[in-house]
Design a protein around this ligand. Structure first.
Ligand SMILES: N[C@@H](CCC(=O)N[C@@H](CS)C(=O)NCC(=O)O)C(=O)O
Length: 221
């Protein structure tokens, strides 16, 4: 069971890359340079018709959508215990948070970064203003979720919600109010950034600007 991940440093592929490293299972990583437009080639679009990263080859078939890939990997590797089992008491909270991150926060992030590319350049500022509002609402909601002092989002264990949430929090680092400025998000972020698998995914993707020891202001995603 070998996977092949198509990724771009710091992009939506990062959560999947991080999870694969955390699970310590064999996989290959193929760089798609989205700044150079490698996601728009015919060859890549045959794997991912949207022309986006990530793509994960699973049993020889190309699959997309970061949140879906995290859930799929958790289902295929139950021994890794990175998601509550079906029927368990934490399952509903896990589903709700995964869908919230994928369905509300991630699209707002897409609008923030791609307002003038996906939409009309003339209306980009209005789209970004709405996106920023939605993103900050999400930090409020997630901050409240962690206010009881829990270490991870669901079930007291590291899991798919954490991979997705931390990746999205990282994307806010150059915004006016980054996730690190929320009271309960900051200690959570610092804890998760200290995990060996997070340090490793940063090293493999060549990322140095959002670790517990370095805070630069460069880059988009
Ligand atoms: N809903 C998709 C979004 C993926 C996405 O927007 N990826 C961005 C990088 S963060 C991308 O591929 N951008 C290149 C482009 O749109 O041309 C997912 O979660 O996988």
């Amino acid at each position: 069971m070998t996977y092949s991940l198509y990724y771009s440093p710091g992009a939506a592929s990062m959560a999947v890359h991080w999870m694969l490293i955390e699970m310590a299972i064999p996989f290959e990583a193929q760089l798609i340079d989205i700044d150079a437009g490698a996601q728009r080639t015919d060859e890549y679009r045959r794997l991912n018709p949207s022309g986006r990263v990530p793509t994960l080859i699973v049993d020889g078939v190309a699959r997309g959508e970061s949140a879906s890939l995290l859930m799929l990997l958790a289902e295929r590797h139950p021994a890794a215990a990175l998601a509550p089992a079906p029927g368990s008491s934490d399952r509903a909270e896990w589903l709700e948070l995964m869908i919230y991150l994928a369905n509300t926060l991630l699209p707002a992030m897409r609008d923030w970064f791609y307002a003038g590319v996906d939409g009309d350049l003339a209306g980009a500022d209005a789209i970004r203003a709405l996106a920023r509002k939605r993103i900050e609402e999400a930090w409020n909601r997630l901050d409240k979720h962690l206010a009881d002092g829990r270490v991870y989002f669901v079930g007291g264990m590291l899991g798919t919600v954490d991979f997705l949430a931390v990746m999205l929090m990282r994307w806010s680092r150059n915004m006016a109010r980054p996730a690190t400025t929320w009271q309960h998000l900051l200690p959570y972020i610092e804890r998760l950034r200290g995990l060996p698998s997070f340090i490793e995914v940063n090293a493999r993707e060549g990322l140095t600007d959002w670790s517990n020891s370095a805070h630069s202001t460069n880059g988009n995603v």
